[in-house]
Design a protein around this ligand. Structure first.
Ligand code: NAI
Length: 774
């Protein structure tokens, strides 16, 4: 054989990492584990096996957590809470720092154990997962130190229930536990049933660093254990990462419970390649986007959208690159693709690919050997995929890329957004102008420009639309673990005269306000409004489902333009509203007095002040620039939610309207407001102020009627992006929101959140990663 021939046929020899340290650790525990509760291990009971997916061999027996185990863990977390809080941020920082150090010291053991348990290549656990875990604890040690000075008026939320998936077992644990501990909260964490071992090793590390008992509790088990955690009444906050389906169940189960909730769910993220992209770099990008972690990544770039002019060339390059990917023993340091986590997941992937082929897609799989024992699936490309087909719409969560093409940037955006999800997107073009023009148009929580699957503790991560809500990482993520220490109390809702359904006498009835016009209610009914002494003081329209549909349509039509107009312009309009309200302040004060029996002057003044405050904020909610450990900067851009339904507080008929509608529109949302049910006349009078203040049609819509019934309809509406509910029955709204998993915000009845809470509720942060080398 000539040297040239040897060179041509040369292959990588196996270079396996030793499993010995992990196996030794398992046998130290007789490969049987109980739960970690209150700083101690319970005896293993009701055990089930956890297997190595690369070989099918059993690694250990884990305990199936019962409702009693969950109750014991929650009680331990509750007991530990006061002392943990009292330590202060600086005290807690020491522990977070110690955890980071211990993770680093045990990095090899963690990496090997994770690979054995999950099947992901050792190269990834060693070079990506575990270093990011340590980074997360260091970063949050810093936040703990800065907590009191950076978040005055806020404190840790309390006892947190955390449920994590199997695709990044230890990394997801770090994403959940580090911010909780930094804020002075305590934790009950349930790892995924396929991959609990590194969480149990982490529990041991908590013991090693002397973390106070009960601050971190780990209960293993399947979905029923998770459901018991969700249902436990003593949990203050739930954080979940996993499937959208389970996310919906959790949203429903927690509705009205007052538990804070964050959901990080599935995705079908687009990977857009433009004709001017560096195609070789983009091919490497695809490898990282969909073949990293066998494609079992919530933000995997699983939909390749490539410009038609370069499609053939790009697909050819990609196929060539696929041929060089090595599928095999995850413990082998040269393996690019390891094992799928479990047979059930492997079957799901195969079925979905089969469905794609049956729908007409062309299948391409590498000719490279793929082990036949164990859970392996080869890198797969489906071309000729129709945008509506099952493989283009459903999350496959495997090493399967579906490819489609586009002609123009506008078409690219339309295709990219053609999914109910909104977790991430990658843009590949040498024109930063093009990328930065498209980034705001993509409905996704993270945008990577000429990059993909980049994560850092300093940058927030989380979804738009049905990919969930809330952010993890950085300052944004910390808010999810904080609550106001002393909420501002406002006058409670007066159980005043209730309105009653009346036969139509429409001419004297204050109408609804939809699309910039006064509109008669579709039902034809009106409701009588009573003064404090029970006498009739007027009639308002009885809004219905149909009126709301019209209002949502008007708001949607207005929202794109309003959301992208400058903050300066929005501020001008709010100042103009204030000016016009000021002209009529005597009339508005009299109307308040007529409805409530109280002097309305102070309320009108407060409403004017509120308009000034929100005009001030309209051009100041700037977002942030994060510096990460990668060669990137991340623009954290708050974007309006879009269309918001708002149930205004019952008391303070004018101020309740302005305090809620003004921040929503100042930040670029279009709203459908349902004013105080008992005192709606200040809102209906306000139409004239709106009409004379240049507020574009459809930005503010007002529908009077039975508040809770109207809000339920808004919460169910799939074209509403968020609902704010200032009322006494949040369960109604939260349960109704599961359809499109819209954001809901239900502040404690009788409290007025601080302005910064309004800023966060009115927006969602898009993190845009830009290459940056300094
Ligand atoms: P899953 O959503 O069922 O599991 C995630 C976690 O939730 C696990 O710890 C599980 O035990 C727990 N869980 C399950 N049912 C629960 C319930 N009713 N209440 C509380 N906790 C519950 O995900 P699964 O079945 O493992 O994977 C199915 C699909 O979900 C995947 O094919 C993928 O499409 C998606 N997925 C998405 C992830 C993400 O990071 N967004 C992670 C894992 C799966």
């Amino acid at each position: 054989m000539s040297v040239a021939e040897i060179f041509e046929t040369m292959d990588y020899g196996p270079a396996p990492e030793s499993a010995a340290p992990a196996l030794a650790w398992l046998s130290q525990h007789q490969s049987r584990f109980g739960h970690f509760i209150g700083g101690a291990w319970t005896a293993p009971t009701a055990t089930f096996p956890t297997n190595n997916p690369a070989t099918g061999t059993e690694l250990a027996q884990l305990s199936q957590g019962s409702a009693e185990d969950i109750a014991a863990a929650v009680a331990a977390a509750r007991t530990a809470l006061p002392a943990w809080r009292a330590l202060g941020g600086a005290g807690r920082a020491r522990y977070l720092y110690a955890l980071a150090r211990q993770v680093q010291k045990h990095a090899r053991l963690f990496a090997v154990l994770e690979t054995l348990d999950n099947g992901k290549p050792i190269r990834e656990t060693r070079d990506i997962d575990i270093p990011l875990v340590a980074r997360h604890f260091y970063h949050h040690a810093g936040w703990a130190t800065l907590l009191e000075s950076e978040f005055p008026g806020y404190e840790g939320v309390g006892v947190c229930g955390q449920i994590i998936p199997w695709n990044f077992p230890l990394l997801m644990l770090a994403w959940k536990i580090a911010p909780a501990l930094a804020t002075g909260s305590t934790v009950v964490l349930k790892p995924a049933e396929f991959t609990s071992l590194t969480a149990l090793l982490f529990a041991e590390i908590c013991q090693e660093v002397g973390l106070p008992d009960g601050v971190v509790n780990i209960v293993t088990g399947d979905g029923t254990t998770g459901a018991a955690l969700v249902a436990h009444p003593e949990i203050d906050k739930l954080a979940f990462t996993g499937s959208t389906e389970v996310g919906r169940l959790i949203r429903k189960a927690t509705a009205g419970s007052g538990k804070k909730l964050t959901l990080e769910l599935g995705g079908k993220s687009p990977f857009l390649v433009f004709e001017d992209a560096d195609l070789d770099a983009a091919v490497e990008g695809v490898v990282d986007a969909i073949w990293f972690n066998q494609g079992q990544v919530c933000c995997a770039g699983s939909r390749l959208l490539v410009q038609e002019s370069i499609e053939a060339r790009f697909i050819e390059k990609l196929k060539r690159r696929m041929e060089t990917l090595r599928v095999g023993d995850p413990m082998d340091k040269v393996a690019d693709i390891g094992a799928i986590v479990a047979p059930v997941q492997l079957a799901r992937i195969s079925e979905l690919v089969q469905a794609g082929v049956e729908e007409g897609a062309t299948l391409y799989q590498t000719t490279q050997a793929c082990p036949t024992n164990g859970c392996f699936y080869p890198p797969t490309l489906l071309t000729g995929v129709a945008p509506a087909s099952v493989v283009a719409q459903q999350e496959i969560f495997g090493p399967v890329l579906v490819a489609m093409s586009f002609r123009t940037p506008a078409e690219a955006v339309a295709l990219a957004n053609n999914t109910p999800y909104g977790l991430a997107a990658s843009l590949w073009s040498e024109s930063l102008n093009q990328c930065l023009e498209l980034a705001p148009k993509l409905k996704a929580g993270t945008i990577w420009i000429n990059g993909t699957n980049l994560f850092d503790a300093a940058a927030g991560f989380g979804g738009y639309r049905e990919s969930g809500f809330g952010r993890e990482g950085g300052r944004e993520g910390l808010w999810e673990y904080l609550v106001e220490s002393t909420p501002v109390v406002v006058p409670s809702s007066q159980a005043s005269a209730s309105a009653t359904k009346e036969a139509p006498t429409l001419d004297q009835t204050a109408k609804l306000y939809i699309g910039g016009k006064q509109a008669r209610p579709d039902s034809g009914y009106s409701r009588r409004v009573l003064g404090p002494d029970g006498t009739s003081i007027g009639l308002v329209g009885e809004g219905s489902r149909k009126d709301l549909r019209n209002a949502v349509e008007a708001a949607r039509a207005a929202s794109a333009g309003w959301g992208t107009t400058s903050g300066h312009n929005r501020a001008q309009i709010l100042y103009y509203l204030a000016e016009n309200l000021n002209y009529r302040s005597t009339e508005f004060a009299a109307r308040i007095a007529q409805q409530t029996g109280l002097d309305g002057t102070a309320e009108v003044d407060a409403a004017l002040q509120s308009l000034f405050v929100w005009a001030a904020w309209a051009d100041k909610n700037d977002g942030a620039v994060h510096r990460t450990v990668q060669k990137s900067v991340v623009l954290a851009m708050p974007e309006p939610l879009g269309v918001l339904g708002i149930a205004c507080p019952s008391a303070q008929p004018l101020l309740g309207l302005i305090n809620t509608v003004a921040p929503a529109i100042a930040l670029g949302n279009a709203v459908i407001a349902v004013p105080s049910e008992a005192h709606p006349l200040s809102a209906t009078d306000f139409y004239q102020v709106l009409e004379t203040s240049d507020v574009p049609s459809g930005v503010v819509n007002i529908v009077t009627g039975e508040r809770d019934a109207l809000l339920k309809t808004l919460a169910e509406h799939d074209d509403v992006d968020g609902v704010w509910y200032f009322g006494e029955n949040p369960a109604l709204v939260e349960a109704a929101s599961v359809g499109n998993l819209k954001r809901t915000w239900c502040p404690k009845p009788g409290t007025l959140p601080r302005p910064d809470a309004f800023l966060r509720a009115a927006t969602q942060v898009k993190n845009i990663w830009l290459p940056y080398t300094d």
